[in-house]
Design a protein around this ligand. Structure first.
Ligand SMILES: Nc1ncnc2c1ncn2[C@@H]1O[C@H](COP(=O)(O)OP(=O)(O)OP(=O)(O)O)[C@@H](O)[C@H]1O
Ligand SMILES: [Mg+2]
Length: 309
């Protein structure tokens, strides 16, 4: 590896678990802007936009029936409430979509993929390798990383994540409800409290030992369900799992791997199982509930679910 690349990698951590970039709002429980602060005379207040709901086609919206909490009115506006997290490939913002007059609103997480120059491309090559991009001019632009190509990659990431979320949500796997995708932005159900405090990532909880048994059980069930559909998460770790009201919710799914089509599919299943298995073991997961695989048994079970050897 050339020196310059080496120092670049060191300066910019590659994985979720060593990133100093994590900025989590809500430690100080900042109060959210109330709907009453909309400026009725002027229309939109600074930073707001009209709801983008009508800009997406039905296939770019979440599965039907839309949940009751979701505001789908065209008269709604989106208010930016702050950043939840800056990442290497995307930034996640907190939005409120609401209608002041109706006193109705919902919180959304807006994951915006970056196409900026300094984005790390470590997942792009795997992505481009594993999937066929039909239009050859597009694939050339992406492969050459032209400005347009970079934007296209970001759009592809957003739509890949949205498609995976749609599919898994419909299969009953606990993921945030995918609200809509528009260009490089994926809007998701916000997992957290009504005051805007995001649910902690599993890695950020203090859970240990027996306190982890139920979450391990939930995780094994989600991963088996994914494998049964023929998928591996592809980047699963305690940093891509949220814990909300004792429920484990899987996030960050742009790189899902079709384990049947991908010749290395089994390895992705193994890697995900090993990542989370090691994490739970290190945190002292002792006994697992009857019928639940232990950390060392998960990979084999996933392969069996996916009908791989
Ligand atoms: N739906 C959501 N509700 C609440 N918080 C969320 C939601 N989605 C993401 N977050 C927060 O934003 C963080 C980043 O999201 P995500 O893991 O999807 O992207 P990312 O980490 O930037 O991607 P990468 O793994 O490439 O860095 C999560 O760790 C979580 O804290
Ligand atoms: Mg992540």
């Amino acid at each position: 590896m050339p020196d310059s690349e080496h120092s670049y990698r060191r300066a910019k951590p590659r994985f979720d678990d060593d990133e100093p970039l994590f900025v989590k709002r809500g430690r100080g429980r900042r109060a959210l802007q109330s709907l009453a602060s909309f400026d009725a005379a002027d229309g939109l207040i600074a930073g707001d936009r009209w709801s983008t709901w009508d800009q997406s086609t039905p296939s770019e919206r979440g599965p039907l029936p839309h949940p009751q909490w979701l505001v789908t009115d065209l008269a709604a506006t989106d208010t930016e409430l702050g950043i939840l997290k800056t990442g290497k490939e995307a930034d996640v913002f907190l939005l409120r979509r609401g209608i002041q007059e109706a006193d109705r609103s919902c919180l959304l997480a807006a994951k915006r993929y970056r196409s900026a120059e300094h984005r790390l491309f470590h997942r792009d090559s795997e992505y481009l390798e594993g999937r066929r991009v039909r239009e050859s001019r597009d694939s050339r632009a992406m492969a050459n990383r032209t400005t347009v190509g970079r934007k296209m990659i970001a759009v592809q990431w957003a739509s890949a994540e949205f498609a995976a979320l749609r599919r898994f949500y419909l299969a009953g796997i606990p993921v945030p409800y995918p609200v809509q995708v528009l260009g490089t932005e994926v809007l998701l159900e916000f997992i957290g409290e009504p005051d805007g405090t995001a649910a902690p990532r599993l890695a950020d909880t203090r859970l240990r030992g027996a306190g982890l048994a139920d979450l391990w059980h939930q995780l094994a069930a989600s991963m088996c369900a994914l494998a049964r559909l023929g998928f591996a998460h592809g980047d699963l770790s305690a940093y891509n799992l949220l814990v909300h009201r004792e429920q484990l919710i899987m996030i960050d799914l742009p790189q899902v791997v079709d384990v049947i089509a991908n010749p290395r599919g089994g390895e992705f299943l193994d890697r995900d199982a090993e990542n989370v298995g090691n994490w739970f073991s290190a945190r002292g997961l002792a006994a697992v509930s009857p019928g639940t695989p232990g950390p060392g048994e998960l990979a084999g079970l996933l392969r069996a679910e996916a009908r791989l050897r």
